[in-house]
Design a protein around this ligand. Structure first.
Ligand SMILES: [Zn+2]
Length: 279
């Protein structure tokens, strides 16, 4: 490589790294009410759940250190109470990093979660369900089984009847990209478990607030996608053919349709092939 080319690559790299802090400062952040004493804290495309109880504040998902630091500094917008509990919806790094910043005494995660989640050791674990009475609120935690990850739980808050659901489903929003590493059939079963829960308001870890029926719609999307991709593969089509032909037109108004529809098709084709469902 010529010295000049090396030099220009170096300059480009330096410029790229110099731009990073500016991007971090521009993160879209806010705390907005969901219902009653339940709020969501936004960090760009990710949301934490905030429950203000008479005994202190429960946070579900720290997201990352920047988001947690911002939340801690801005929580006074809604309460003067301290953060007492941190719950992890699951251990994926994009939702579960930076938890130490919150300083919660009680940390709750599913039994399958790692010993430490970005350095934070859960003080309480459960396998199937766990009901927490914290001050004047009740939080019902339910394990959703394996599919999107192996330690994903749902959190339902009463009396507000808010269900906080992360990654398994989002109201009127396509699944993330090509559903990396997912057991898609397990994932569909996770949504079935969500549908069995008793809640009214669907507060997702990504995207807009919805209602419980949005979970059913998300499952039907996955099932239709699965059926069409499987039929195509069995008819001898490849992933490129299917990316063009499986258009899922009924979902054109859902979030991320334009960017993720094709990736969803390719991810489904990969899952069905890798799990041995097509010869
Ligand atoms: Zn995840």
């Amino acid at each position: 490589m010529s010295r000049m080319l090396t030099r220009s690559i170096m300059i480009m790299l330096i410029a790229a790294f110099a731009a990073l802090p500016a991007i971090a400062q521009d993160a879209k952040r806010s705390i907005k009410k969901v219902a009653g004493d339940v709020y969501r804290s936004q960090n760009n495309f990710h949301f934490s759940l905030i429950v203000v109880t008479s005994d202190g504040v429960v946070v579900v998902d720290p997201i990352n250190a920047g988001a947690s630091g911002w939340l801690k500094a801005n929580l006074k917008q809604v309460t003067a109470k301290p953060i007492t509990h941190l719950i992890y919806s699951h251990s994926h790094g994009d939702h579960a990093s930076g938890g130490a910043v919150l300083g919660a005494k009680t940390v709750i995660a599913h039994a399958n979660a790692p010993d430490a989640i970005d350095g934070v050791k859960p003080t309480m674990r459960f396998t199937d369900t766990k009901t927490l009475k914290i001050g004047d609120k009740t939080l019902e935690l339910t394990y959703l089984g394996k599919g999107h990850g192996e330690d994903l739980i749902a959190v339902v808050v009463r009396p507000e009847n808010v269900g906080f659901i992360v990654d398994a489903a989002s109201p009127k929003r396509l699944p993330f990209r090509d559903m990396p590493h997912a057991d898609v059939d397990g994932w569909i079963n996770q949504i079935r478990k969500i549908e069995q829960l008793d809640f009214k308001i669907f507060a997702p870890g990504h995207g807009s607030i919805g209602v419980k029926k949005d979970a059913t719609d998300a499952r039907i999307y996955m099932e239709k996608l699965r059926a069409q991709v499987l039929a195509g593969l069995k008819a001898g089509k490849n992933a490129d053919d299917l990316a063009a032909s499986v258009t899922m037109d009924a979902y054109k108004d859902w979030q991320a349709y334009g960017t993720w529809r094709e990736l969803n098709v390719r991810g489904m084709a990969r899952f069905l092939a890798e799990s041995g469902q097509v010869k």
